[in-house]
Design a binder for this molecule. Structure first.
Ligand code: ATP
Ligand code: MG
Length: 367
């Protein structure tokens, strides 16, 4: 990895970072708890690990190429995910380089770990830790009958908190900040206990330093998640990620995709459909109208099993993240704190008392 050049990327020591974060456990090393190196594999080693890139080992395919499950006997945990770059020209090569560089230097429990890479002749492959539950979209956008896939309220909040911590780390624990630029459910991978990890840093960009609030760059990312200010002006800031995070939060609440061509025309864009409900919620939680909006927003797959207060709080956080003006969007620290608060009141601990909550509220209103 010696050939990769990253200007002065270092962990900040003056900001409070996630206490559970590996990077906060030692402030003496700039890349604490990380080796700062990635293992170099030969194509033959990775071919052997994946059974010759056998179709039965294929776990997914994205814009970069195919992803295979593999096994490395000398790797702790054994299983790895091997991503094989489709011959994708300069952009593919750039993303490979950025991904290798970022994941070699950055380490956090909510960021996927890079085990190594292969750059042999024209072949480019990336080797990651294997996340057994795959990506969030495979759980969120499935029919409720898909056994073992459905995510309940507490799991959704857990995913939201973990993803928020991962973004907070990128924005606030390293200097210059790293702007992820590609937050979406298919890039949030889930561990066996549903703890999420951000993956795919190929589009990540170093953020501004000093008093600058943004960097100017070519617009990249995924349709539906891109902040309108960035899409129009090319001015990229950490607040562009905050906007994308707002979209993902809405997806978690509603079970709807940011853009779904399979829906009626007026419901295809999640934001356009949800905006009137979110605006109504900002007026307050206690009106009958607000209760109706919450019900309209909630994913039917949840079958009403969620705390009304928690749903309201997450919807308000999403709404703030989606503010048109980037400077009025919250920081990922603020977002993380708010979501941690929601997570501290799990639905499971209430014994599923959402109906009781409502009755108590009605009682309070009638007093
Ligand atoms: N480390 C991993 N562990 C387990 N599964 C993985 C891992 N990385 C990727 N996958 C699987 O491979 C799929 C494809 O991932 P990939 O990142 O290549 O594309 P994508 O995110 O779906 O699309 P895009 O190219 O737009 O980012 C994922 O949806 C996931 O199911
Ligand atoms: Mg991806």
């Amino acid at each position: 990895m010696k050939c990769f050049f990253v200007p002065c990327l270092r962990h900040r020591t003056h900001r409070r970072v996630d206490p559970s974060s590996s990077s906060s456990s030692s402030s003496s090393s700039p890349f604490a708890n990380g080796t700062g190196t990635a293992r170099k594999f030969t194509l033959a080693q990775l071919s052997a690990a994946t059974g010759g890139f056998r179709d039965s080992n294929l776990v997914g395919e994205g814009g970069f190429g195919r992803v295979y499950r593999g096994r490395l006997d000398d790797h702790a945990g054994g299983d790895v995910a091997v991503k094989k770059l489709r011959h994708g020209g300069a952009q593919g090569a750039r993303e490979f380089l950025v991904e290798c560089t970022m994941l070699t230097l950055l380490h956090h429990p909510n960021l996927v770990s890079l085990v190594g890479y292969c750059a042999q002749a024209h072949e480019r492959l990336l080797v990651y830790e294997f996340l057994p539950r795959g990506s969030l979209d495979a759980h969120l956008f499935v029919s409720p009958s898909a056994a073992g896939h459905h995510l309940g309220w507490d799991a959704r909040v857990k995913v939201a908190v973990g993803a928020a911590r991962g973004l907070r780390y990128l924005h606030e624990a390293v200097t210059p900040p790293v702007i992820y630029r590609d937050l979406k459910p298919s890039n949030i991978l889930l561990g066996s206990d549903l703890s999420p990890k951000l993956s795919d840093l190929g589009l990540a960009k170093l953020g501004p330093v000093g008093d600058d609030t943004h960097v100017s760059t070519r617009v990249m990312g995924t349709y539906g998640y891109c902040a309108p200010d960035y899409a129009v002006t090319g001015k990229l800031s950490v607040k562009s990620d905050v906007y994308s995070f707002g979209v993902v939060l809405l997806e978690l609440l509603t079970g709807r995709r940011a853009f779904d061509p399979g829906r009626e025309r007026e419901e295809q864009w999640l934001l356009a459909w949800a905006r009137p409900h979110l605006q109504q919620l900002q007026q307050g939680r206690r009106s009958r109208e607000a209760a109706r909006c919450l019900e309209a927003l909630a994913d039917p797959a949840l079958q009403g099993r969620y705390p009304r207060r928690g749903m309201y709080q997450v919807a308000v956080v999403a709404s703030l993240c989606l503010h048109d003006k980037p400077n009025l969007r919250p920081t990922m620290s603020d977002v993380t704190k708010a979501l941690e608060h929601v997570a501290s009141k799990p639905w499971s601990a209430t014994g599923g008392s959402s109906a009781n909550d409502d009755r108590k509220e009605q009682h309070a209103r009638s007093l």
